[in-house]
Design a binder for this molecule. Structure first.
Ligand code: PLP
Length: 369
């Protein structure tokens, strides 16, 4: 299916199991219902809701298809997926590299829970990560990074990891599988939040891991069963329903992000702009070589925090919110979360509004230089 169709067609086909006319909504078997067990012990698939259920399996097969993986596992959030993968891959004595410029709570988890267990944790940004990988056992990369939008060269990093015998995990949240395919570029696992563009409506949290090594996937499934960081069936169904429109939504988000980045770049009140799709962005050459779409995020810097607040207040379309990937265009001032950025640094997540409306609104809200 992958070679024959475009991304939107693949997304629609990946999620479609034809509903049976007249059937009620079925979110999956009710956990622990008596009627799921048969006399033929050990043969049932749907024994208990923490192990698996049909709604997860349908979502997991769609996610595996989109990531180009043999299998995927859903989790209750992106953090649940990432931390499950780190628990399985990094053991006492391991050297683990986490992004210095990626999602900040991953760094906090590594520092607060993994380091005290005898795992050596190194933080490396998108430039330092190649060198850090040369002495690591497990490397977690995030690209484009959140919020700076630097791009890590995944082919190069995967080669270093392979030579060293290290495992490479890639957080594909900001790029989405329609933006980049880390497994095809050499990663061992994709870990990601489906809270963002994949579900796309800012109304649920979900996460997943995709991979191809059967032993590794079995170990991760076991970890999910025992730790219990599972996704509700209803949320799984909502993600599945949303995936069918991912191609349309993400194409518009990418187009809007590029248009906003271009408009911001030439505005006198804007100190700097980052977006991997801008031809003069430092990340552009690597992004152009490994990404199929440049994503819906733009980072930029205004004079200070007040200027960011004023921008949101004056705008009719921008919403102040910290998540991203939804249908509304959102702005998040990252210093508020402790990211090592200037007070006027903000990340825009482009929504699916009409491009001209969005650009006109943001330029009007910025005001004349
Ligand atoms: C890049 C990245 N990875 C992982 C996460 C964690 O995802 P969740 O909030 O679904 O746990 C986030 C959340 O913002 C993120 O931005």
């Amino acid at each position: 299916m992958t070679d024959r169709y475009g991304d939107s067609t693949r997304a629609v086909k990946a999620v479609s199991s034809l509903p049976i006319p007249g059937d009620p909504i079925q979110p999956g078997p009710v956990p622990a219902s008596a009627y799921h067990l048969s006399d033929d012990e050990g043969s049932e698939q749907n024994t208990y809701g923490r192990a698996t259920n049909p709604t997860w399996r349908q979502l997991e097969s769609a996610l595996a298809e989109l990531e180009g993986a043999a299998a995927a596992l859903t989790f209750g959030s992106g953090m649940a997926a990432i931390t499950a993968a780190l628990r399985v891959m990094a053991k006492p004595g391991s050297v683990l590299v986490v992004p210095a410029d990626g999602y900040y709570q991953v760094r906090r988890y590594a520092a607060e829970y993994l380091a005290p267990q005898g795992i050596t944790v190194h933080e490396a940004d998108a430039e330092q990560i190649y060198q850090a990988a040369g002495s690591a056992d497990v490397v977690l990369a995030e690209t484009p990074t959140n919020p700076a939008l630097d791009v890590v060269d995944l082919r190069r990093l995967a080669q270093i990891c392979r030579q060293r015998g290290a495992r490479l995990l890639v957080d594909n949240t900001t790029a989405t599988p329609l933006g980049q395919q880390p497994l095809a570029l050499g990663a061992d696992l994709v870990v990601a939040s489906a809270t963002k563009a994949l579900s796309g409506h800012s109304d649920l949290l979900a996460g997943y891991i995709a991979g191809t090594d059967p032993d590794l996937m079995a170990a991760l499934e076991r970890e999910r069963l025992l730790s219990g960081a599972i996704l509700g069936s209803f949320e799984a169904w909502l993600v599945l329903r949303s995936l069918g429109s991912l191609g349309l939504r993400f194409d518009r988000q990418c187009r809007n992000a590029l248009a906003l980045a271009g408009a911001l770049a030439s505005h006198p009140r804007v100190r700097s702009v980052r977006h991997p799709g801008l031809p003069d962005d430092p990340s552009h050459p690597v992004a152009a070589a490994q990404m199929r779409r440049f994503g819906g995020l733009v980072s930029f810097e205004l004079a200070d925090a007040r200027a960011v607040h004023a921008l949101v207040q004056r705008s009719d379309l921008l919403v102040a919110a910290t998540s991203f990937g939804g249908i509304h265009t959102c702005v998040d001032r990252r210093a508020r979360w402790g990211d090592p950025v200037a007070g006027g640094f903000a990340r825009i997540s482009a929504g699916i509004e009409d491009t001209d409306d969005l650009v006109a609104d943001v330029l009007a809200a910025l005001g004349a230089g």
